[in-house]
Design a protein around this ligand. Structure first.
Ligand code: HEC
Ligand code: HEC
Length: 237
Protein backbone atom coordinates (compact mmCIF):
# COMPACT_ATOMS: atom_id res chain seq x y z
CA UNK A 1 0.00 0.00 0.00
CA UNK A 2 1.19 3.49 -0.78
CA UNK A 3 2.04 5.93 1.95
CA UNK A 4 -1.15 7.62 3.07
CA UNK A 5 0.21 11.13 2.45
CA UNK A 6 1.39 10.38 -1.05
CA UNK A 7 -1.96 8.82 -1.75
CA UNK A 8 -4.04 11.68 -0.41
CA UNK A 9 -2.07 14.33 -2.22
CA UNK A 10 -2.58 12.38 -5.44
CA UNK A 11 -6.33 12.20 -5.05
CA UNK A 12 -8.12 14.78 -2.91
CA UNK A 13 -11.46 13.03 -3.43
CA UNK A 14 -10.13 10.05 -1.53
CA UNK A 15 -9.90 12.13 1.63
CA UNK A 16 -13.68 12.28 1.63
CA UNK A 17 -14.06 8.60 0.86
CA UNK A 18 -11.64 7.64 3.61
CA UNK A 19 -13.19 9.95 6.15
CA UNK A 20 -16.57 8.40 5.42
CA UNK A 21 -15.23 4.87 5.78
CA UNK A 22 -14.53 4.00 9.38
CA UNK A 23 -13.07 0.57 8.64
CA UNK A 24 -9.26 0.30 8.73
CA UNK A 25 -7.68 -0.06 5.33
CA UNK A 26 -5.14 -2.65 6.40
CA UNK A 27 -7.77 -5.20 7.28
CA UNK A 28 -8.31 -7.81 4.62
CA UNK A 29 -11.77 -9.10 4.06
CA UNK A 30 -12.04 -12.66 2.88
CA UNK A 31 -13.68 -12.89 -0.53
CA UNK A 32 -16.27 -15.21 0.95
CA UNK A 33 -17.18 -12.70 3.65
CA UNK A 34 -19.49 -11.05 1.16
CA UNK A 35 -21.47 -14.28 0.81
CA UNK A 36 -23.15 -13.51 4.12
CA UNK A 37 -24.93 -10.16 4.05
CA UNK A 38 -23.96 -7.88 6.94
CA UNK A 39 -26.44 -7.55 9.77
CA UNK A 40 -27.38 -4.04 8.69
CA UNK A 41 -28.31 -5.25 5.21
CA UNK A 42 -30.44 -8.02 6.65
CA UNK A 43 -32.20 -5.54 8.91
CA UNK A 44 -32.95 -3.17 6.05
CA UNK A 45 -34.33 -6.05 4.02
CA UNK A 46 -36.57 -7.00 6.93
CA UNK A 47 -37.80 -3.46 7.31
CA UNK A 48 -39.21 -3.55 3.79
CA UNK A 49 -40.62 -7.05 4.32
CA UNK A 50 -44.17 -5.75 4.21
CA UNK A 51 -43.62 -4.54 0.67
CA UNK A 52 -41.47 -7.48 -0.40
CA UNK A 53 -42.25 -8.43 -3.99
CA UNK A 54 -42.82 -11.95 -5.19
CA UNK A 55 -40.42 -14.88 -5.26
CA UNK A 56 -40.57 -18.10 -7.27
CA UNK A 57 -41.30 -21.45 -5.61
CA UNK A 58 -37.54 -21.89 -5.17
CA UNK A 59 -37.25 -18.57 -3.32
CA UNK A 60 -35.65 -16.61 -6.16
CA UNK A 61 -36.99 -13.11 -6.78
CA UNK A 62 -39.39 -13.31 -9.72
CA UNK A 63 -37.77 -10.31 -11.37
CA UNK A 64 -34.38 -12.08 -11.33
CA UNK A 65 -35.85 -15.10 -13.06
CA UNK A 66 -37.84 -13.05 -15.57
CA UNK A 67 -35.24 -10.41 -16.37
CA UNK A 68 -31.76 -10.21 -14.78
CA UNK A 69 -30.97 -13.89 -15.23
CA UNK A 70 -30.81 -13.64 -19.02
CA UNK A 71 -27.59 -11.61 -18.85
CA UNK A 72 -26.24 -11.93 -15.30
CA UNK A 73 -27.05 -15.60 -14.62
CA UNK A 74 -29.58 -16.97 -12.16
CA UNK A 75 -27.05 -16.79 -9.31
CA UNK A 76 -25.37 -13.62 -10.52
CA UNK A 77 -22.47 -15.26 -12.35
CA UNK A 78 -22.53 -14.21 -16.00
CA UNK A 79 -21.38 -16.39 -18.90
CA UNK A 80 -17.68 -16.25 -19.75
CA UNK A 81 -16.60 -14.44 -22.88
CA UNK A 82 -19.47 -11.98 -22.80
CA UNK A 83 -19.74 -8.34 -21.80
CA UNK A 84 -22.09 -8.88 -18.84
CA UNK A 85 -20.75 -8.43 -15.31
CA UNK A 86 -21.05 -10.87 -12.43
CA UNK A 87 -23.19 -9.55 -9.60
CA UNK A 88 -22.80 -12.47 -7.15
CA UNK A 89 -21.37 -11.44 -3.79
CA UNK A 90 -21.08 -7.78 -4.77
CA UNK A 91 -21.69 -5.40 -1.85
CA UNK A 92 -25.32 -4.42 -1.52
CA UNK A 93 -24.69 -0.66 -1.12
CA UNK A 94 -22.67 -0.68 -4.36
CA UNK A 95 -25.39 -2.57 -6.27
CA UNK A 96 -28.05 -0.20 -4.95
CA UNK A 97 -26.00 2.82 -5.98
CA UNK A 98 -25.46 1.54 -9.51
CA UNK A 99 -29.16 0.70 -9.92
CA UNK A 100 -30.01 4.18 -8.74
CA UNK A 101 -27.51 5.64 -11.20
CA UNK A 102 -29.05 3.65 -14.05
CA UNK A 103 -32.52 4.76 -13.00
CA UNK A 104 -31.50 8.42 -12.99
CA UNK A 105 -29.22 8.00 -16.06
CA UNK A 106 -26.28 9.26 -13.97
CA UNK A 107 -24.35 6.21 -15.19
CA UNK A 108 -24.30 6.91 -18.88
CA UNK A 109 -21.43 4.90 -20.34
CA UNK A 110 -21.95 3.46 -23.85
CA UNK A 111 -23.61 0.24 -22.58
CA UNK A 112 -25.61 1.69 -19.75
CA UNK A 113 -28.82 2.21 -21.73
CA UNK A 114 -29.34 -1.57 -21.62
CA UNK A 115 -29.62 -1.21 -17.84
CA UNK A 116 -31.70 1.97 -17.97
CA UNK A 117 -34.43 -0.10 -19.57
CA UNK A 118 -34.07 -2.94 -17.04
CA UNK A 119 -34.32 -0.72 -13.97
CA UNK A 120 -37.05 1.64 -15.19
CA UNK A 121 -40.02 -0.63 -14.39
CA UNK A 122 -38.74 -1.76 -10.96
CA UNK A 123 -40.26 -0.47 -7.73
CA UNK A 124 -37.92 0.52 -4.90
CA UNK A 125 -38.95 -2.65 -3.03
CA UNK A 126 -37.94 -4.76 -6.04
CA UNK A 127 -34.62 -2.91 -6.27
CA UNK A 128 -33.94 -3.68 -2.59
CA UNK A 129 -34.94 -7.28 -3.18
CA UNK A 130 -32.66 -7.93 -6.18
CA UNK A 131 -29.71 -6.13 -4.55
CA UNK A 132 -30.08 -8.24 -1.40
CA UNK A 133 -30.42 -11.40 -3.49
CA UNK A 134 -27.34 -10.86 -5.68
CA UNK A 135 -25.15 -9.65 -2.81
CA UNK A 136 -25.91 -12.83 -0.87
CA UNK A 137 -24.88 -15.18 -3.71
CA UNK A 138 -21.53 -16.98 -3.76
CA UNK A 139 -18.91 -14.91 -5.63
CA UNK A 140 -17.58 -16.28 -8.93
CA UNK A 141 -14.41 -18.34 -8.72
CA UNK A 142 -11.26 -17.14 -10.42
CA UNK A 143 -9.84 -18.42 -13.68
CA UNK A 144 -6.37 -17.95 -15.16
CA UNK A 145 -6.47 -17.50 -18.93
CA UNK A 146 -2.97 -16.13 -19.50
CA UNK A 147 -0.43 -16.51 -16.68
CA UNK A 148 1.96 -13.90 -18.09
CA UNK A 149 -0.75 -11.23 -18.31
CA UNK A 150 -2.02 -12.19 -14.87
CA UNK A 151 1.47 -11.64 -13.41
CA UNK A 152 1.73 -8.22 -15.08
CA UNK A 153 -1.69 -7.24 -13.80
CA UNK A 154 -0.87 -8.41 -10.28
CA UNK A 155 2.20 -6.20 -10.20
CA UNK A 156 0.15 -3.16 -11.16
CA UNK A 157 -2.66 -4.06 -8.79
CA UNK A 158 -0.35 -4.19 -5.77
CA UNK A 159 2.31 -1.70 -6.82
CA UNK A 160 0.45 1.00 -8.75
CA UNK A 161 2.54 3.28 -10.94
CA UNK A 162 4.42 5.55 -8.52
CA UNK A 163 6.06 7.56 -11.33
CA UNK A 164 2.68 8.30 -12.90
CA UNK A 165 1.19 9.00 -9.44
CA UNK A 166 -1.24 6.13 -9.81
CA UNK A 167 -2.09 4.53 -6.46
CA UNK A 168 -2.22 0.76 -6.10
CA UNK A 169 -5.65 -0.71 -6.76
CA UNK A 170 -5.20 -2.70 -3.57
CA UNK A 171 -5.48 0.45 -1.48
CA UNK A 172 -9.19 0.71 -2.23
CA UNK A 173 -10.25 -2.68 -3.60
CA UNK A 174 -8.29 -4.67 -1.00
CA UNK A 175 -5.62 -7.36 -1.03
CA UNK A 176 -8.19 -10.08 -1.71
CA UNK A 177 -10.06 -7.91 -4.27
CA UNK A 178 -13.09 -8.10 -1.99
CA UNK A 179 -13.57 -4.32 -1.96
CA UNK A 180 -14.82 -2.46 1.07
CA UNK A 181 -18.42 -1.34 1.60
CA UNK A 182 -20.09 1.01 1.20
CA UNK A 183 -17.96 2.59 -1.55
CA UNK A 184 -15.39 0.22 -2.98
CA UNK A 185 -16.77 -2.62 -5.11
CA UNK A 186 -15.53 -6.19 -5.04
CA UNK A 187 -13.53 -6.95 -8.19
CA UNK A 188 -12.56 -10.61 -7.62
CA UNK A 189 -13.47 -12.89 -10.52
CA UNK A 190 -15.11 -10.12 -12.56
CA UNK A 191 -15.35 -10.77 -16.31
CA UNK A 192 -12.44 -9.52 -18.40
CA UNK A 193 -14.44 -7.81 -21.15
CA UNK A 194 -16.54 -5.98 -18.58
CA UNK A 195 -13.48 -4.78 -16.64
CA UNK A 196 -11.72 -3.66 -19.83
CA UNK A 197 -14.86 -1.78 -20.90
CA UNK A 198 -15.30 -0.05 -17.55
CA UNK A 199 -11.65 1.02 -17.23
CA UNK A 200 -11.85 2.34 -20.78
CA UNK A 201 -15.06 4.26 -19.99
CA UNK A 202 -13.53 5.73 -16.82
CA UNK A 203 -10.46 6.73 -18.81
CA UNK A 204 -12.49 8.47 -21.51
CA UNK A 205 -14.75 10.08 -18.91
CA UNK A 206 -17.79 8.25 -20.30
CA UNK A 207 -18.47 6.59 -16.95
CA UNK A 208 -18.69 9.09 -14.14
CA UNK A 209 -17.80 7.43 -10.85
CA UNK A 210 -19.71 8.01 -7.67
CA UNK A 211 -16.78 9.68 -5.99
CA UNK A 212 -16.05 12.06 -8.75
CA UNK A 213 -12.68 11.69 -10.27
CA UNK A 214 -11.27 8.71 -8.36
CA UNK A 215 -11.55 6.06 -11.05
CA UNK A 216 -11.20 8.56 -13.89
CA UNK A 217 -7.92 9.65 -12.34
CA UNK A 218 -6.70 6.08 -11.86
CA UNK A 219 -7.72 4.92 -15.34
CA UNK A 220 -6.26 8.00 -17.03
CA UNK A 221 -2.84 6.71 -15.96
CA UNK A 222 -3.29 3.35 -17.69
CA UNK A 223 -2.61 2.35 -21.27
CA UNK A 224 -4.59 -0.35 -23.09
CA UNK A 225 -1.99 -3.04 -22.40
CA UNK A 226 -2.05 -2.31 -18.67
CA UNK A 227 -5.86 -2.34 -18.67
CA UNK A 228 -5.83 -5.78 -20.33
CA UNK A 229 -3.31 -7.09 -17.79
CA UNK A 230 -5.34 -5.78 -14.86
CA UNK A 231 -8.49 -7.39 -16.26
CA UNK A 232 -6.65 -10.72 -16.54
CA UNK A 233 -5.47 -10.49 -12.93
CA UNK A 234 -8.92 -9.51 -11.64
CA UNK A 235 -10.50 -12.45 -13.51
CA UNK A 236 -7.92 -14.83 -12.02
CA UNK A 237 -8.96 -14.16 -8.42
C1 HEC B 1 -30.06 -7.62 -21.64
C2 HEC B 1 -28.98 -7.87 -20.70
C3 HEC B 1 -29.18 -7.42 -19.27
C4 HEC B 1 -30.24 -7.68 -18.42
C5 HEC B 1 -31.49 -8.48 -18.72
C6 HEC B 1 -29.89 -7.09 -17.14
N1 HEC B 1 -28.66 -6.49 -17.21
FE1 HEC B 1 -27.65 -5.61 -15.69
N2 HEC B 1 -26.12 -5.14 -16.95
C7 HEC B 1 -26.09 -5.42 -18.31
C8 HEC B 1 -24.93 -4.77 -18.91
C9 HEC B 1 -24.53 -4.79 -20.38
C10 HEC B 1 -24.28 -4.10 -17.88
C11 HEC B 1 -23.04 -3.19 -17.98
C12 HEC B 1 -23.58 -1.83 -18.40
C13 HEC B 1 -22.59 -0.70 -18.35
O1 HEC B 1 -21.49 -0.83 -18.91
O2 HEC B 1 -22.93 0.34 -17.73
C14 HEC B 1 -25.03 -4.36 -16.65
C15 HEC B 1 -24.70 -3.85 -15.40
C16 HEC B 1 -25.41 -4.08 -14.25
C17 HEC B 1 -25.02 -3.63 -12.94
C18 HEC B 1 -23.76 -2.86 -12.59
C19 HEC B 1 -22.66 -3.84 -12.23
C20 HEC B 1 -21.41 -3.22 -11.71
O3 HEC B 1 -20.52 -3.99 -11.30
O4 HEC B 1 -21.29 -1.99 -11.68
C21 HEC B 1 -25.99 -4.05 -12.07
C22 HEC B 1 -26.02 -3.82 -10.57
C23 HEC B 1 -26.98 -4.75 -12.83
N3 HEC B 1 -26.61 -4.76 -14.16
C24 HEC B 1 -28.14 -5.31 -12.30
C25 HEC B 1 -29.15 -5.89 -13.06
C26 HEC B 1 -30.42 -6.32 -12.51
C27 HEC B 1 -30.81 -6.21 -11.05
C28 HEC B 1 -31.16 -6.82 -13.56
C29 HEC B 1 -32.56 -7.35 -13.53
C30 HEC B 1 -33.57 -6.42 -13.08
C31 HEC B 1 -30.34 -6.70 -14.76
N4 HEC B 1 -29.13 -6.13 -14.41
C32 HEC B 1 -30.71 -7.11 -16.02
C33 HEC B 1 -26.99 -6.19 -18.99
C34 HEC B 1 -28.20 -6.66 -18.49
C1 HEC C 1 -8.75 5.71 -4.40
C2 HEC C 1 -9.57 4.53 -4.39
C3 HEC C 1 -9.50 3.65 -5.62
C4 HEC C 1 -8.38 3.16 -6.24
C5 HEC C 1 -6.92 3.42 -5.89
C6 HEC C 1 -8.84 2.31 -7.30
N1 HEC C 1 -10.22 2.27 -7.31
FE1 HEC C 1 -11.37 1.26 -8.60
N2 HEC C 1 -13.05 2.06 -7.77
C7 HEC C 1 -13.07 2.93 -6.71
C8 HEC C 1 -14.44 3.33 -6.44
C9 HEC C 1 -14.92 4.29 -5.37
C10 HEC C 1 -15.25 2.67 -7.39
C11 HEC C 1 -16.77 2.74 -7.53
C12 HEC C 1 -17.14 3.79 -8.54
C13 HEC C 1 -18.64 3.99 -8.58
O1 HEC C 1 -19.31 3.76 -7.57
O2 HEC C 1 -19.11 4.39 -9.64
C14 HEC C 1 -14.33 1.87 -8.22
C15 HEC C 1 -14.75 1.09 -9.28
C16 HEC C 1 -13.90 0.29 -10.04
C17 HEC C 1 -14.33 -0.57 -11.11
C18 HEC C 1 -15.74 -0.77 -11.60
C19 HEC C 1 -16.33 -1.95 -10.89
C20 HEC C 1 -17.65 -2.40 -11.45
O3 HEC C 1 -18.17 -3.42 -10.96
O4 HEC C 1 -18.18 -1.75 -12.36
C21 HEC C 1 -13.21 -1.20 -11.59
C22 HEC C 1 -13.13 -2.22 -12.70
C23 HEC C 1 -12.08 -0.71 -10.81
N3 HEC C 1 -12.54 0.20 -9.88
C24 HEC C 1 -10.78 -1.12 -11.01
C25 HEC C 1 -9.68 -0.54 -10.39
C26 HEC C 1 -8.31 -0.84 -10.74
C27 HEC C 1 -7.87 -1.86 -11.75
C28 HEC C 1 -7.52 -0.04 -9.96
C29 HEC C 1 -6.02 0.11 -10.00
C30 HEC C 1 -5.44 0.39 -11.31
C31 HEC C 1 -8.41 0.74 -9.11
N4 HEC C 1 -9.72 0.41 -9.41
C32 HEC C 1 -8.01 1.65 -8.16
C33 HEC C 1 -11.98 3.35 -6.00
C34 HEC C 1 -10.65 3.10 -6.31
Amino acid sequence: MLQKNQFLSAIPALTIAMAMTSVAYGSTIAKTASAAPPAAATASVMSVAAATPSVTSSGIPTVVQNSCMACHGLQGVAADGGMFPNLAGQWKPYILRQLDHYKTHTRADPQSSIMWGMVAPLTSAQIQQVAAYFSSQKPASGHVYDPKLVAEGKKLYFGGLPKAHMPACMACHGATLAGLPPFFPMLAGQKRTYVINQLTYFKSGQRVATHKGIMQYVASRLNQKQITALAAYIRSR
